[in-house]
Design a protein around this ligand. Structure first.
Ligand SMILES: Cc1cc2nc3c(=O)[nH]c(=O)nc-3n(C[C@H](O)[C@H](O)[C@H](O)COP(=O)(O)OP(=O)(O)OC[C@H]3O[C@@H](n4cnc5c(N)ncnc54)[C@H](O)[C@@H]3O)c2cc1C
Length: 449
């Protein structure tokens, strides 16, 4: 057994469990501050492995995530050389016709479709430039004593156990975090986990014969169908990652090729030619739907020894496109706290833990709400009237009236404030409509008196 705890004087020795998206960004922030960082990742180096099925292939990157990428020096590369801008939702009606709902008609801001593996690999590659970052792949955390700052990993290739010690342990090991499991032994640790009744399955619209996109590229395409929906995000190779979200019971009921084709002909007729019948059948029956889980827990820390970030702290359903963005924002906030408290871990961890949950609980709830908006409300006239009103008032009063989607996606306003804004905006609109309604009634009354 090796005990690995060497570190330079003055810098902290930090072990990050999980070299996924959030763990890799956090490693870069800490390395920039001069700390010694060790990343322990269960999987092998993602740069050496082909894309694995079962996890979203691409993700929507927005302002909070961009902010972190900017801080670690990668924003420009990801946006300009890899990301595909999506300037609005392109809604597919049942008859195959489409219309666009722009994300930001006022400032033309957009979100970016980025490849998960590419982004993760770029972050790991960037960390190669820091001598104070060491990466250990094929290391699965199997035991932790967070108060003592010790971790035991199983080396999945050699089956050896490795014990390590660190000044700070950061759990960035995703929604089913082993670090969090260890934290759950702490008294007063609150924890909620819930699977929603809907799952998701990824399909693919390939590039056409000329190697071009088969649909207009700069949109997030949505086929909203009430209780379920399909979406598509563009990829660099001009294909589309298509994700079907629906209740598990519906997935289960589609158990033959004929039923699958009949289902698609009824609900997504325009997509069949784009995906191709053979590929649709292969991809649908070649995989199984994945579950969607959300996790709320607190506190996020143990004394000055351990901290949870990213999905390990707050997994959310994917419908606001904020899971990764919120995780990256954790890293930005932590960086400010390291600066504010001059590396005093007790103060940093306490403040992060005491404040961050308010916003992560909020985005968890907002993400659940957004599923209903995406699969159902977008098709309703009431939604489109509200959106038009929001856009108009935002146009007139940009500093006062920022619509909910814009504040979540295009600002770094705390999520809880975004939700509060929406509440007072609802009240103002309700008041205006009540006054207008009453005035109209009074007018009609006197006109016919
Ligand atoms: C279908 C879908 C679509 C999504 N779309 C978006 C989107 O558009 N925009 C967005 O912002 N977010 C999106 N998300 C959410 C996003 O994927 C997550 O929020 C993000 O991946 C969280 O990053 P993370 O690094 O915290 O966790 P993960 O990405 O889960 O990484 C955790 C890492 O820890 C490692 N690990 C796990 N256990 C151990 C262990 N015991 N020992 C060592 N290592 C371990 C794993 O191998 C992994 O590499 C989506 C999620 C899903 C499911």
């Amino acid at each position: 057994m090796a005990l690995n705890n060497e570190h330079a004087k003055g810098s902290l020795d930090i072990a990050i469990v999980g070299g996924g998206l959030v763990g890799s960004v956090e490693a870069l922030y800490l390395a920039k501050r001069g700390h010694n960082v060790r990343i322990y990742e269960y999987r092998e180096d993602i740069r050496k492995t082909p894309q694995v099925r079962g996890r979203s292939i691409n993700l929507a990157l927005s302002v909070r995530g961009r902010r972190a990428l900017k801080d670690v020096g990668l924003e420009q590369h990801i946006i300009e050389e890899h990301g595909i801008p999506m300037k609005g939702r392109r809604i597919h009606r049942l008859d195959g016709s489409t219309y666009v709902i722009p994300y930001d008609a006022r400032n033309n801001q957009c979100i970016y479709s980025v490849g998960r593996n590419y982004l993760n690999a770029s972050l790991l590659k960037e960390s190669d430039n820091y001598e104070n970052v060491t990466k250990y792949f094929n290391h699965k955390l199997i035991e932790a004593n967070l108060q003592k700052g010790t971790l035991t990993f199983l080396k999945t290739d050699t089956k050896e156990n490795v014990d390590v010690k660190a000044d700070l342990i950061i759990g960035a090991d995703g929604a089913f975090s082993a670090v969090r499991k260890s934290m759950m032994k702490q008294p007063l640790f609150d924890y909620t986990q819930k699977y929603i009744e809907h799952g998701y399955l990824e399909l693919c619209i390939p590039a056409d014969e000329q190697g071009s996109f088969q649909m207009p590229a700069n949109y997030l395409h949505i086929w909203p169908r009430g209780n379920f929906m399909m979406i598509a995000l563009p990829n660099q190779d001009c294909s589309w990652t298509v994700t079907l979200f629906m209740p598990f019971t519906s997935f289960k009921s589609i158990d033959t090729e004929d039923k699958l084709l009949a289902f698609f002909e009824k609900y997504f007729p325009d997509s069949i030619a784009l995906i191709g019948r053979k590929k649709l059948i292969e991809d649908f029956f070649g995989g199984s739907p994945s579950p969607l889980v959300f996790v709320k827990c607190r506190p996020y820390h143990v004394e000055d020894k351990a901290l949870l970030i990213g999905d390990a702290a707050h997994a959310v359903v994917p419908f606001y496109g904020q899971g990764m963005n919120a995780g990256f924002e954790d890293c930005t906030i932590l960086d400010h706290l390291f600066q504010k408290y001059n590396d005093d871990l007790a103060k940093i961890l306490l403040e992060f833990s005491d404040t961050r949950w308010i916003d992560t609980f909020e985005i968890c709830d907002l993400a659940l709400y957004n599923y209903i908006e995406m699969r159902d409300l977008v098709t309703r006239p009431s939604y489109r009237i509200r959106k038009a009103l929001d856009d108009l008032i935002y146009w007139l009063l940009p500093d006062i009236w920022v619509p909910l989607y814009n504040s979540v996606t295009f600002t770094t306003m705390p999520y809880s404030e975004c939700a509060k804004n929406r509440q007072w905006q609802n009240k103002v609109l309700k008041y205006i409509f009540t006054v207008l309604g009453v005035s109209t009634l009074v007018g009609v009354f006197y006109a016919f008196k």
